[in-house]
Structure formats: structure tokens, C-alpha cells
Design a protein around this ligand. Sequence first.
Ligand code: BG6
Length: 651
Amino acid sequence: MSTQLIVSPSQGQSQSEAAGARPSSGCLMVIFGASGDLTKRLLMPALYNLACDQLLPTSFAVIGIARDAWTTAEFRERMARDLKQFSTRKQFDQAVCDAFVQRLHYTPGSFDDPQAFARLAQLTEQLDAELGTDGNLLFYMATPPVVFGLISSRLVEAGFQKRTRGWQRVIVEKPFGHDLASAIELNREILKHWREEQIYRIDHYLGKETVQNILAFRFSNGIFEPLWNKHFVDHIQFTVAESVGVEGRGSYYERSGVLRDMIQNHMFQMLAYVCMEPPSSFQPNAIRDGKARLLEAIRVMKPEEIDQYTVRGQYGPGRKPDGSPVTAYRAEADVNPQSATETFAALKLFIDNWRWEGVPIYLRSGKSLWKRGTEIVVEFKKAPEVIFRGTAVDHLDTNRLIFHIQPDQGIELRFHTKVPGPTLQLQPVNMRFSYGEAFRAGRGTGYEVLIYNCMIGDATLFSRTDLVETAWRIAQPIMDGWAAKQPEDFPNYAAGSWGPLKSCELIENDGRKWTEIINREVLAKVPLFHTCDPVLLNVLVMLLKPVTFSAGDVIIRRGETGQEMYVLCRGEVEVLDAQDKRIATLKDGDFFGEIGLLLAQPRTATIRAVTSCDLFILEKASFAKALEDHPQFAQAITETAHKRYQVQTPS
Ligand code: BG6
């Protein structure tokens, strides 16, 4: 990882040149499972990206091996075609692609066939002699973990381990086990054939620039680290929201669920980066030791704590963010119609060490949610509000440092500032660094950095035996607790929603809220905001607060004094008159509750949720401020009020 640090490209340099990255020594890369999806969608585009950046060794070739009876010519032809489809480069460089596919070779064979491995041994020797790869071999297991052991023993039988020239490394793909016992067994099996330093366990989240940047950001900037502890941090939130469902992977997902699929691996890796102690250096083992210590300090839940600290969910029918219908998880192909597999989970964890004692760590992840977004929010403790008594400031928000991991990539700091004018009024504002504005680097697959690091022998970004097993130790009691108790409320969230209501309660019971990162696309779905200028949109992103209601809940009660207006992000509500008669129905993108604020009068109608609803709240003071500062917004609101209620509103 040291080679990726201190990157500051000047004009004309590519990112890799600026970083001082050089191709590794020559090697052969053998891909087991070369006819599969992973190879065409991620590995080939990643290798092609490395070729474009001149980061492949001059002496280099790929040997694909799989059951399909393809020839080398056919393999090349297929990969050339797939590359065009899956390349992540803005501009496709045909010349680089043509030269790259000439480096591809293929040998058919089944993993239990010793003859196939004898042919592989012969081919590697031949290519090594032709290309001068010094005996260096990188084996990539793009296969299910059950065959790792089999492939490894076939390689031993074919004499690979007896070779004394060069290095041999193996990249293994997740999942590393299905639970603690199977992970220990899998590690034992792999370690029978390979030394720990030869094993590179992939977690593709560690290939993401924004994830790698967490450590660079924390340890290269003097200003945050002194605040990075229980004295200044109130809590930390990790969200990995996916808008996609299981996408035809029902049979895999049924055995997995989000805890195994996302949290135990990707999210715990990010958690370790955010919360680990500073390492003594950026050497691989210093960082991996730091991560291991952190994961060991996470409090393992007791069976009686599972209900209190975890929430699981499964999506029912609903809609995608683009409005198209989504079937329930239980109706997906290869899914049990009574499935108890969780497609959403939220956890509250504690880290029992000096730095983080008592600081809750909230994690949540789910499929078929309202948006795709991975964010980490470090929420600092509030400044004392009491200082502002006697001023127009009635409450303070917390400061938040937000790591936007994907699809937005950047870092944002939210804080208060005085609104220009003669009185003391505060408004939340932000400072934001965006990758797209600061760097020219093209988007990769995340795999190029991992493959490159394996080639140069840097294991920083890969998981170690102890890390994998410690992560399972944290997840195991949760899995056991869930397995012991069938979820009675599944499905408990609509596809396209913010997830189960209970996940809000998990954090709200502690007097906190999830920070929903609202991007422009979300605001664009609300017609009221169409006339807003960019300044107001930026303000709204910070002012709008998320809230969820279940079907049948009363959101606004007639006669009460209004304290906020509501924007309906998803769902349906009914407007009821004094006799509880429905006078209107409002849907996605509508807003309500504004009239009580405009006229400073009690609520004129009751609003009740017909379906479960996700809403944004704009509080009274923020609403008033938005009206005052943004005339188009005021006009849009008042025009609707005229139409809806035939009232004259104050101008
Ligand atoms: C994979 C999971 O590890 O990560 C998938 O198996 C998930 O279910 C994917 O969709 C998410 O990756 P990313 O990079 O799109 O966040």
C-alpha cells in the first residue's frame, strides 16, 4: 500500500506514474474458473486497466482454466468481446486491448482431473521459458471456496510446490467460510498447502480508493486524530445501501443473507480502518495487526442481547428507485417462499478499548433499498447549546464528518455558520472534497489495485487468517440468535424503502438518528424542489430529516400546532377532514403540513399513512429560513397552498 500513498499528480502525469508505481517482476497468472462471471466482469477489465496504465509486467501471461472446452483462440475472442462490454475506461483503447488478449491462454480441464493439472504444469513451464517470468506464479481462485483445497492438492501433485525458482502466491475469493467453524476448517485446508504469506484473501471493498483513503486521511492529517475518540465522538454510523435485489443469485443468497454477504466482511473491514489504533508504519503487517486488535476489541454479543442490539429485515414487494415494480424476496427464483434469510440488517456494536469505550457503532446494510450508497458518518459531540440562550438559535446540530464511499466519492464536513445579517442565526453548511473534482483518475473495478498489490507482494489490502476468524467470532452469536428464532414479521420492509422501521428504532431509542445522505437525484423526485436554486438544494440536503411511519400511523393530527412540514419520499397518505372522511390522497413526491406553518394556525386536517411511508421533515425554523432566503421556494409553496386551501397566505 505504501506505493499508493502521497499521490499528487501534476499535469500530464498519470495517477500511477505520480504514485511511483512500477510493474512487478514478470509472472504468469493462472485463473481457475476462467469461464465464469467474475473473470469476464471484473478480472479481465482490471487486467486491461493495468495494461492501459502500463502496470502489467513486460513478461506476463494469463492462463485460464475451466471446464468449458474452449481453445486459446476462443478464449481470446470471448475476452476481447467481453472487455468491450465490461471495460470501466471512459475511452476504450483497441490497440491496448489487442495486445492484451494476445497474452491470454486457455487450457480446459476439471479441477478433479490430475491430467488437467499436468497439462497446466507443462503450459506454465513452456510460457515461463518463452517469456522469462522467472518461475513466478500467481494463482487466482475465481471459484467457490469448496474447491480451494482440491485445486491446491492437485497443484501439489502436479509438482508446483517442488519448483524452487520464483514466488508462488494464491488469491482466494470470498466467502471465507459460512460460519466460524467452516472458516476455521477452510483456513486449515488452505494452510495445509500454502504459507500464510502466500495467501491473498480478496475483499473487494479494500480495493476501493475511498476505503483505502480512510487510513491515509486519518493518519496523514493532524487535525482529526486528536478528536478520534470517546471524548469527542458521539457515535459512528456505517451504511451500505443497495438498490438492487438479489439479481438472480437467490440460491447463493438463501444460504448467505446480508450479515454474511456484506457485514461480516466488507463492513467489518471498513469499521477496522475507521476505528483501529494508528499503526507504527504502513507496512502490511503493522496495518493488519492494527485491524486484528480492533476486531478483537469488538464486544461479542450475548444471546440475550441479540434482540436489543440487532434488527433483521427482508424485503417485500415494492418499487425500484426508477418506479419499476420489484417482487418480494420470497418470490425471487431459487428462494424458499417461507425464507427466513435476512436481506437487511442493522447492528449496534461496542468496542471495548480505551479509545472507544461507550461509543456506539451502528451498522446497517440491505438490498432493495431506496438508493445505492455507502457512507460512513462520524458524529461528534454537540457544542453546549446553553451559550446561545437568549438568541434566535434554539438548538444546535452535531458536527459530522462523512466519508462518501460510493457512488459519490468524497469527504464532507458539516458544521454551523452564522447566517449573514444583523442577528445571530445559525445554519448548517458543509465543506466537501470530491474525488471527481480533485483527481483525473478513471474509475477502476477495484480489482486492479488488489491484483497489482499481489503481484508486487504487498499484502496490506488482503485479509489474514486471524482477521477472518475474529470477524466470524463477532458474527457467529448473531447468526445463532437469529437461527434460533424465526422472524415473525418477514417481509418487514417494502422494496425501495429505507428498510424496516425497527432499524430506525434501534438508533432512535438512543436519542440519535440515521443520517440519510440525500443526493440530488432523490431531491429531483420531489416536484416542489424543481424550482430550487443550487444553494437551497445544498441547504436542504442538510436540513431535511428522515422519518418513517407504518401503515395506519397518524402523521399529523387536526388541531395540533404544526412544528414541521413533510415531504413524502415513498408511500401513500390520506388527508382526513373533521369527520375522518378522506378528502385527498398524497403519494411519492407530494408534500404536506406546510399550511400550518405558513399561517401559524393549528393543523387543518389529519394525515394518516395508508402504506408504510418514508418522509423527510423540514422543521419550522428551517422552513421559515428557506422561505425568507429563497423566493422561488416561497412562491412554489404558496401557490400550492392557494390551490389546495383557497387561502391567502402572508407574502
Ligand atoms: C458482494 C456481495 O461481495 O458485494 C454482493 O456478494 C453485493 O451481494 C456486492 O452486491 C456489493 O459490492 P459493491 O462494490 O457494489 O458495493
